[in-house]
Design a protein around this ligand. Sequence first.
Ligand SMILES: NC(=[NH2+])NCCC[C@H](N)C(=O)O
Length: 302
Amino acid sequence: MPAAKSITVISSPYHVGAYAQAVGNGPLALLDGGLIDKIRGQGVQVYETTLPRVDSFEGEIGKSFELLRLTSKAVTEAIDRDSFPIVLAGNCSSAVGVSAGLSASSKIEGDHGCVWFDAHDDFNTPDVLSSGYFDSMPVAMLANLCWKTLLKSIPGFKPMDLTKNFVHCGMRDVTELERSRVIEAGFTVVWGDAENKVDFQRELRSAMIEKSLASSMVHLDLDSLDISVGQVNKFSAPGGLLEEELVGCLTDIPERTKPLSLTVASYDPSFDVEGSIPPVAIRSVVSFIKAMIQAGYITTSE
Ligand SMILES: NC(=[NH2+])NCCC[C@H](N)C(=O)O
């Protein structure tokens, strides 16, 4: 894929298929906070699109998978126009649609990797899920470990080899079962820690050197941020990344792998009474775009 000539911001303002509910309000808050203008301020051409409502689909599961199909198509469509996709999502499961959309494009050769920022493993399957929170399975879905029939309905879906192609950064808010399942799965994790300060940037850098991923989707679940930065959603936790650490990590990524997409997910503004998160998220995204321009992966129109 040649250098992107523009960015396409694809908004998916939904929580389990419902428009503007809980984390579904996150994309709307980031847009209200001026994300698009801040990106345009870098001299990049920006297109915008919002996924349509899916109310006629069956229940939360049917609606959620229709959004993944739509996400896949929107991502492929952007890539095919040499436009870098930024997906603003309510649910982090959107990543599964993003990954499928990248695989579906003939412009991308070979398998892509994934750099995933999150306080959580998101590696549940329906058989081990105890909380009932549907949006806690996308990493298992990426690897085709559950929901196999519905995954096949997402255009381009291809299982990811997690041990080879996946790096997780910031995981800390996990049950004993979640932790042991992640360790057993054997994918790379830069663990967060509420007691001892972690050098996320250094550890992610060495993980990326070790993995040497040719190209990757970047997934930013905003609750990877430390709770002292702000309460991102009902699962926000201590021991995470400070703003400058997230900026440092995002800025390093284009030096180690070619980013193919960026997803920003899981922000529920109703938990962020002071509105601390949108400016942090927007500065982080803009720093990432600057690094992409610097690395020659996105061209400016100036
Ligand atoms: N990235 C997220 N916010 N994930 C949600 C985590 C949900 C939590 N592990 C649960 O099952 O209840």
